[in-house]
Design a protein around this ligand. Structure first.
Ligand code: RIB
Ligand code: CA
Length: 321
């Protein structure tokens, strides 16, 4: 089992990523840390708890980080994910006392200090990771792997012409993290996630499954589908974060290049990821940026991990008849 900490801002696609990670036979989630991004951090914690409760894994600890990026004011994406951050369709829940704790940064530091066998899958702004570095400069060098969903290379941004949301929310944290690693961060940018579309066909399949987890995914993605049609004329919805989890499990489903990344911290291009392909300006390499993905392989892994009992139907749907 690969031991991981998931740092996330649930968030609809974060929730699907958590479901995939929890259902994977290969991953041991030692904890979930919440960063402010899609929603304020308290809401992110509640949504993470919803997923753990759905999959009967309330044993996994949830830790909240600060509700503010390193320098910028928090700008959320509740227009995309709903006011509650999970599609505005689920009833309110009561979270048992103690199920969600404070101290995300302490947890990250302590966990990485205890073992060099822990990897981090970062699915939101990098605030928690950056604050861990500010407190213990070399701490991220103890992580076995760091996979981050964020940035945009040759594709347009989703917060401006050039900026992707996670890195746009807290650009300072991106540079603090990328300047304090000794292994390249494995990046899952919009260039590959835009190919991971939960289509109307896939959503109808979920609806026909008539099971609790499939219903949950179908229900929370409705708001996200409406946003995608309104905003981008996309039919279906781009599920960014599950690709970071699937890639962590099976890196072969993507391919890319080793290079250098830095993030623009001010001005009209704030949040833009400057990728120095060919290392003409920066000789050091701090990122492996994935630029290609086998999207069919992603959906095979996703459906067969989350719904292993439906393997035959999964093959039928994935084969496209
Ligand atoms: O730009 C997409 C990313 O921003 C995803 O992680 C989504 O959940 C939001 O956090
Ligand atoms: Ca996210």
């Amino acid at each position: 089992m690969k031991r991981i900490v998931i740092d996330c801002d649930p968030g609809i696609d974060d929730s699907l990523a958590l479901i995939l990670a929890l259902k994977s036979m290969e991953l041991d989630i030692v904890g979930i840390t919440i960063c402010a991004g899609n929603v304020p951090v308290e809401l992110g914690g509640i949504n993470a708890y919803r997923v753990l409760k759905l999959l009967k894994r309330e044993d996994i600890p949830i830790y909240l980080g600060d509700n503010k990026p390193i320098k910028k004011e928090l700008v959320t994406a509740q227009d995309t994910h709903g006011n509650d951050g999970i599609g505005d369709v689920l009833p309110e829940i009561t979270v048992p006392k103690g199920a969600i704790k404070l101290g995300a940064v302490d947890f990250l530091i302590e966990t990485l200090k205890e073992s060099e066998d822990i990897s981090i899958i970062a699915l939101g702004p990098m605030t928690n990771l950056a604050k861990a570095v500010e407190r213990e400069r070399g701490i991220l060098k103890r992580a076995k792997r760091i996979v981050s969903m964020g940035g945009a290379f040759r594709t347009n941004g989703n917060c401006s012409q050039v900026a992707e949301f996670n890195y746009w929310v807290d650009p300072e944290s991106v540079n603090i993290v990328f300047e304090n690693v000794d292994k390249p961060i494995e990046l899952i940018p919009l260039d590959v996630t835009r190919k991971i579309v939960l289509t109307p066909n896939y959503r109808e399949y979920l609806k026909q499954m008539k099971n609790e987890v499939a219903d949950f995914i179908y229900n929370i993605t409705g708001f996200y589908v409406d946003f995608h049609w309104m905003q981008e004329r996309t039919l279906g919805c781009v599920i960014n974060d599950p690709l970071a989890v699937a890639y962590f499990i099976e890196p072969e489903m993507c391919s890319g290049v080793l290079t250098h990344l830095e993030c623009v911290e001010s001005g009209r291009a704030i949040g833009q990821t400057l990728i120095d392909i060919g290392n003409f300006y920066r000789r050091d390499t701090n990122v492996f940026i994935n630029t290609e993905v086998n999207e069919k392989r992603f959906f095979e892994l996703f459906f067969n991990s989350v719904f292993p009992e439906n393997k035959k139907d999964n093959e039928l749907i994935l084969k496209g008849y």
